[in-house]
Design a binder for this molecule. Sequence first.
Ligand code: CP
Length: 314
Amino acid sequence: MSLDRKDLIGLEDLSRDEILSILNTAEAFRSVFDRPVRSVPIMRGKTVVNLFFEPSTRTRISFELAEKRLSADIVNFSAASSSLKKGETLRDTAQNIEAMKVDMIVMRHSSPGAAAYLGRVLKASVINAGDGPHEHPTQGLLDIMTMRQRLGNLEGKKVTIIGDISHSRVARSNIYGLGRLGAEVTVCGPPTMVPRAIAKLGAKVELDLAKAVAKADCLNILRIQLERQSQMVFPSNREYALMYGVNEDVLRRTKPECFVMHPGPMNRDVEISSDVADGPRQVILEQVTNGVAVRMAVIYLLSGGDPGSLGAGE
Ligand code: CP
């Protein structure tokens, strides 16, 4: 099915069929990566603007590559050198950009709800590339794509998300998306970083790391997000690493086939030890490669693309 919506704000809004359609389309685009020419002329003549108000390495480059591989025209906006510095509002900035006839805006912003707001005030499609601690839908989709490649059908599969759940848009998008596909999500972390209300989104809470990893098919380890914490909610990085860091000792308590994911950027030897980050059980760079394919799929489907024409059926 194609996506019958203008914007992608979060996985909370997507049905199971919409998620499967994006994943199947992404798999079709992934096959393009192995060709000598990695671009397709699908978005020729369309213009995409990337508005990043927060730092990003993976998401910004991945969207830009996805747009280039679809042959779209691209403009990268730099908040630091824009008229926002002269007091222009986000709405005025975005509406002025839209008046230059753009088709799509990809936005990362520190405020939850910023992408939804732009979606309401613009006619152009808006893709949320992360809005504060709210959602990071394309990260959730690339994580799920990577899990599906390893595990097949995710119905009944056990995913444990470890770390700073309170401040994590990645955790929220994973919980919504995995829930739609029937996976069982457990969240684990220090009590100060795991809001009990997260259970209302459909995740189980297990604060004991050994118990949380024992039956997992996949561990998704989150970055400690110091920039979103108004005060330290754990005594020190060393203490966090001792209590909740995923290292070889923790992996020995998992099933042998359990694999390790991290959305990046990593705090090595805090939430993940270097031997795990570089070890045989991690699929972190697979996630990054899948990210380009997922973003190509989202851009294509929001532009009215037909997944059937790519051979991306159910
Ligand atoms: N995973 C992720 O969003 O990374 P960046 O902040 O580098 O985009």
